[in-house]
Design a protein around this ligand. Structure first.
Ligand code: DC
Length: 217
């Protein structure tokens, strides 16, 4: 079914790292019975495949071939969440040929019936500009760093708040400052600032916006 067919729903969720969009996206997909794709995993899987095969992270033609061969069925969130893979992913994510290849794969996923939820950095602006509803989920860098710190402590991992905050800021600068598809809200995106919101409150706010969009579709 065509992406922008009236019967097909696409929910686009963008925002910076650690803003809570992953948890929110999974919750929304479950609520509506839609397929969900965390597009960050496609960049992470491309980076990991390069590392695993001993290939360079700065050769665009090589990275493009790996991105073209990516199989969405094998994405493992737990394995791909490693910090080093995130760092490598943000390097391949600045390459236009890699982005073109992954955006094609993401668009094919977006067309799945009965509907889809995609989260990332450029879903509302580039991947699915005709999405049924666009949410931009954000929170201050301090709050995002605190949440990531708490998550790591809960998992028993060594974690230093100041280092994490530095990291969040550097990742933001890289995501927002790149020439191709920088992170920014689409003109028609609804902003959800989760700095002072629980995940449940964010979900309720998102649901109100989604219900309104589904009614006018
Ligand atoms: O959200 P994440 O940390 O899993 O994303 C990993 C990297 O991929 C990050 O540097 C941003 C980039 N990314 C992107 O450029 N476009 C997307 N749609 C999703 C992620």
């Amino acid at each position: 079914m065509a992406q922008n067919s009236p019967a097909h729903t696409i929910i686009a969720i963008d925002g910076p790292a650690a803003a809570g969009k992953g948890t929110l996206s999974r919750r929304i997909a479950e609520e509506y019975g839609f397929h969900h794709l965390d597009t960050g995993l496609t960049y992470r899987a491309t980076a990991k495949a390069l590392i695993d095969r001993g290939l360079p992270l700065d050769d665009e033609a090589v990275a493009e071939q790996v991105a073209l061969d990516l199989d969405l069925t094998g994405l493992d969130r737990e394995i791909l969440s490693a910090h080093a893979i995130g760092e490598a992913a943000s390097k391949v994510a600045i390459m236009p040929a890699v982005r073109r290849a992954l955006v094609e794969t993401q668009r094919r996923f977006a067309a799945k019936a009965p509907g889809t939820v995609l989260d990332g950095r450029d879903i509302g602006t580039v991947v699915c500009p005709d999405a049924t509803v666009k949410l931009y989920v954000t929170a201050t860098a301090e709050v995002r760093a605190r949440r990531r710190h708490e998550e790591m402590v809960a998992k028993g991992q060594a974690a230093d708040y100041a280092t994490i905050l530095d990291d969040v800021r550097r990742r933001d600068a890289r995501d927002m400052g790149r020439a191709d598809s920088p992170l920014k809200p689409a003109d028609d995106a609804h902003l959800i600032d989760t700095s002072e919101m629980s995940i449940e409150a964010a979900f309720q706010a998102a649901k109100v916006l989604i219900e309104a969009a589904l009614k006018t579709k």
